[in-house]
Design a protein. Sequence first.
Length: 208
Amino acid sequence: MIVVHHLNESRSQRILWLLEELEIPYEIKPYQRDAATRLAPAELKEVHPLGKSPVITDGDKVVHESGAIIDYVIRHHGKGKLAPDPKSAEYDDYQMWLHYAEGSAMLPLMLFMYVMRLGEAGGPLASRIEGEIANHLGYIDASLEGRQFLVVDSLTGADVQMSFIAEVAKAFGKLAECPNLVAWLERLHERPAWKRAIERGGAYALGR
Ligand SMILES: N[C@@H](CCC(=O)N[C@@H](CS)C(=O)NCC(=O)O)C(=O)O
């Protein structure tokens, strides 16, 4: 049985959604962020030394890092669902999105979140960060032009992985110029598996 070590209001929500899409039985071990610091509790370090979420256990195997977890779950338990044929050109795109989400797209959004806390002192960095956010969101929005999903005509792990970028961008009010991203995110949120994952995972303000 896969156990999802699930931190409230976090990237692990998309792992619950993935498992719901695949209709795989799983258990949730919940962890609560510290109300003041928003950091994960120390017990999460007992699962993996980084103490970050998501992290899953599958028997003796511990897998951390969202993109690696999505890849692992789909390869080991997906029964051919939610990923293109590994020999296809689409698979290369699928891999690109799995890596791109946390490797590139998330960085300016995280910088925005931290630099905002500096108030006026963060001013000199603001235009560079805003420019990079617009660059990345513009790229994703253009990639969704005329498409229902990022890679093929149906949902893949790439959509699951990239959904968190759109949720964070929306929470920061950055989607005004991204109609394709907004429509895609709304479609994802209408999926029954998404709704089941929200019911199981608990409060998730980001996904509104
Ligand atoms: N790139 C990692 C990021 C993991 C990460 O930073 N997770 C956040 C939650 S969204 C976390 O655990 N924060 C609590 C903390 O840093 O203590 C991934 O995608 O898995």
